[in-house]
Design a protein. Sequence first.
Length: 177
Amino acid sequence: MSVVSETADAAWLRQMGEALVAQRKGVTRWRLRLIDGPNMTNLGARDPRTYGTVQSLSDLHAAVVGLAEGLGVSLAAYKSNHEGDIVSHIYDHASETDGFLINPAGGNSRGEPVAQALADSGKPFMELHFANVSASGWPRGTVVTTRATGTVMGLRQYSYLAAVFGLVLHLDASVKS
């Protein structure tokens, strides 16, 4: 079994989050929101050399939520194949969200409305990708990249885990003592 390939891994990732929580500089229960863009709903059917061994987007979301819970933060996951729905989701939930994670996926090249909504939210956000998009024809990143707090790519499903941990540490560091 590969990490993040079955829902059972959510429990393992929760334990990993609990082990990593000692690395946090704070204890705030941040409210994170993960957004997966166009073409991610068929994750289990995609090329495993690029997308890893994840069986479904639901399995991946369950695992990422497990890691977040172990780290002492909450994470809500959302997916849509429609850019307008993603924009509405960002605006509708910005006031109850401390930071966003986004895989713009099929919206890489024309995602200006999504990038603008994320910027308008005033919240930090991490862009993430399964593949190294810089090596696959996006040398300057995507439309979202220039506004992102950080970018994690090329680690397949593990990009999600790194992005969650990185965003939590970033939010912890942003708190003035």
